[in-house]
Design a binder for this molecule. Structure first.
Ligand code: ADP
Length: 264
């Protein structure tokens, strides 16, 4: 979209010419539209559990719940409150990534040690699910924005654990191909049906048929990943077979162009 700004140039009340500015506002308009859609979605997602919590609590307060049903009601309230906590956490993380248009700080980062730290953070979750985590490849250094890269890797690894079978495995493979670095996160989990594979990167989208509805989540994780990979000038795709597992492949340029130009 092009925005046209025209200003006449006058001298002694005579129009002598005009200054015409053509401004490409496509990205700005798209960003604003995304932001509006996001707020609408978040409001809806917040309202649903809050309405349930409020409804259940009101029925209990009015004394309409039999003694033996109190536990079940409290359980429903607890579950909805957990959903809210996850959602608010995700929203905070999204807004942190989008820090009001500040320029990102690109740095040289070793993905091997970053992945190692993420494994440490996820250790408890993996242990509970009896999922084993493995890393392939050695030190792999690239120019990146550490906070965003961490968020991307964390979300993909977290999913690989969450949507796995008990006793399953996840493998993170780092590969330096010269100009690009690839990061592959493979799991032996439940897989993603063909018809859902395109949609899982949409905000709030969750696969219905899998046990994802029982697993805590907001459907925001992979949209954060997609947005993050784009910001890091990378690309991503997936291979998945229901019942077999999923592989998320990401590829990043090793050097950030702007930074190199500034250095020269
Ligand atoms: P969340 O995990 O919070 O639901 P995500 O955006 O991270 O949201 O993922 C969207 C959906 O994609 C999940 O609900 C799940 O159905 C599916 N999914 C994501 N990663 C995997 C995976 N590794 N294996 C199987 N299904 C997955």
């Amino acid at each position: 979209d092009i925005q046209v700004i025209a200003n006449p140039v006058t001298r002694e009340n005579n129009i002598e010419g005009a200054v015409i500015l053509l401004v490409d506002v496509t990205e700005k308009v798209e960003r604003e539209q995304l932001r509006r859609e996001f707020s609408a979605n978040v409001s809806h997602e917040l309202k649903t559990p809050l309405t349930s919590i409020s409804g259940f609590a009101e029925i209990m307060q009015d004394g309409f719940v039999k003694e033996e049903d109190v536990k079940a009601f409290a359980g429903r309230i607890y579950k909805e409150a957990q959903r809210l906590i996850h959602l608010v956490g995700d929203v905070i993380r999204i807004s942190r990534l989008d820090e009001g248009g500040l320029p990102y700080q690109w740095e040289s980062v070793d993905l091997y040690s970053m992945t190692h730290d993420i494994f440490t953070t996820l250790h408890e979750a993996a242990r509970k699910q009896d999922v084993h985590m493995y890393m392939e490849g050695g030190n792999t250094v690239l120019d990146t924005v550490p906070t965003i890269m961490e968020e991307v890797l964390y979300n993909v690894c977290d999913n690989a654990i969450k949507y796995n079978h008990r006793g399953g495995e996840i493998f993170v493979k780092l590969k330096d191909d010269g100009d690009v670095v690839s990061v592959t996160v493979r799991d032996t989990g439940i897989g993603i049906p063909k018809e859902d594979q395109e949609r899982i990167f949409e905000r709030f989208y969750r696969v219905d048929k899998s046990h994802s509805k029982e697993v805590g989540g907001t459907g925001l994780g992979l949209s954060i990943v997609k947005h993050g990979v784009k910001t890091l000038e990378g690309r991503l795709w997936l291979n998945s077979e229901p019942g077999q597992g999923t592989e998320i492949i990401m590829e990043f340029p090793k050097h950030h162009i702007e930074k190199n130009e500034a250095a020269e």
